[in-house]
Structures are given as C-alpha cells and as structure tokens.
Design a binder for this molecule. Structure first.
Ligand SMILES: [Zn+2]
Length: 215
C-alpha cells in the first residue's frame, strides 16, 4: 500500500506512541517500501514526501507525539552543503541517541518532507516549549555554500514552502519564527549573518498574498 509509512506512523502515534514506551509490534516492517515516495506540488514547489522509516529507534528519537496545535513555522539553516535528500537520509540513519528531527528540508530543486505533519519534531532546542511542540520545522539546505546560486535558490524555495504552510494552517507571516527565537542558537545562520529576517518575512508575505488571491 502506497502510504503505509504514514498510516503506520499515525497508528503508532495515536494508539501506542513512543512517549509511553510501548514497543512497536513485531509485525511492523522495518523500512519504507520502495514506492513510499510521493511527489506533489504546492505553490510552485516540488515536494517529495519521503518519510523517515518507521522503526523502533526512529519512533523513540525522531517520530514521537502528535501536535496539539500548529501555531508557528520555524526556519532553520542546515549549516552544511548537503542536498535535502541527503539531509533526510542522514537523519534517517542517525543512531546516536539524540532526539532530533524536522519536517522539511529544502534545497534548490525540491522540498523533502520527512515527518508527518500531525507530529511535532525535535528541532528548536526549547525542550517541551512551543518551538518543538507547536511549530513545523523547515531546514534550508546548502547554507555553507557562499558561492553560486544554490543557497539563494534553496532559500527562495523555503519562502514558497513557508508561505504554503502558513496558508494551509491559516497562520500569518508574524507566526514565522527563527530557531534563534526559541533557544538563542544562531540559526538560520545565513539569514542572521545578513540581517535579512525582515526581508525574508516580506518575501513570504508576498508569496502568501499571492496564494490568497482569488483565482
Ligand atoms: Zn536550527
């Protein structure tokens, strides 16, 4: 079945859940099926849903509890040169007993969705504060590439994705946050270095207005 990882994750989150220490059923497959990737387009951006594997480790450290409410969209930079797919694959393989996850990684070509949107992620450094518990995380890739246009293109795709998420959650541009706002970490470092947060928000606002325009 094409969407079994999502359905399996829903089942685990709602019926048992790693937060309660329930061991996943032995019958649960350990890896996504090869056709688990789903491609869709939103706001002119290619989004590939390539969810983390539903296994015991990922359920404990990455895929955890359902959101009670989505109130914010949080912007990050990856602080490396990797693609969005590489970010997903690296996180999927991580086994260092650190609680870390995010919802989307965005590069110059596409966004990769790695988490179901009903689950919160561990990305904001604020424990069980609103950053982790009430915001969807976008990682903007390629952020240590200072030459060429890969980073600016990735950031522009993040503008499209952020606007789309604000639109579907009926949020506003003032509901955008930087990782910095939650924990003081210098992230997204490219936007902070260039003092461009207000400019970034204005670009998202313009994209959001375009989405709201009657067709
Ligand atoms: Zn961050």
């Amino acid at each position: 079945m094409r969407h079994w990882p999502l359905l399996a994750a829903i089942g685990f989150a709602l019926m048992s859940g790693c937060a309660h220490g329930v061991t996943p059923a032995k019958s649960m497959p350990e890896q996504n099926t090869p056709d688990a990737r789903t491609v869709f387009y939103c706001n002119g951006l290619k989004v590939v849903q390539d969810l983390l594997e539903v296994n015991e480790y990922n359920l404990q450290y990455k895929l955890c509890e359902p959101f009670t409410e989505v109130k914010y969209i949080t912007i990050h930079n990856t602080a490396n040169k990797a693609t969005a797919q590489n970010e997903r694959d690296y996180l999927n393989r991580r086994r260092d007993n650190v609680s870390i996850s995010f919802h989307f990684a965005v590069d110059e070509n596409e966004a990769i969705q790695i988490m179901p949107l009903f689950m919160h992620a561990w990305h904001a450094g604020d424990g069980r504060g609103e950053g982790n518990m009430n915001s969807i995380a976008i990682e903007i890739c390629r952020s240590t590439l200072y030459d060429g246009d890969l980073y600016p293109r990735a950031e522009e795709n993040a503008v499209k994705l952020a606007a789309y998420l604000l639109y579907i959650y009926r949020l506003d541009v003032d509901d955008l946050r930087m990782h910095y706002n939650w924990s003081g970490k210098k992230c997204p470092h490219r936007i902070i270095e260039d003092n461009r947060w207000d400019e970034f928000k204005m670009r998202v606002a313009a994209s959001l207005e375009n989405l709201k325009r009657p067709r």
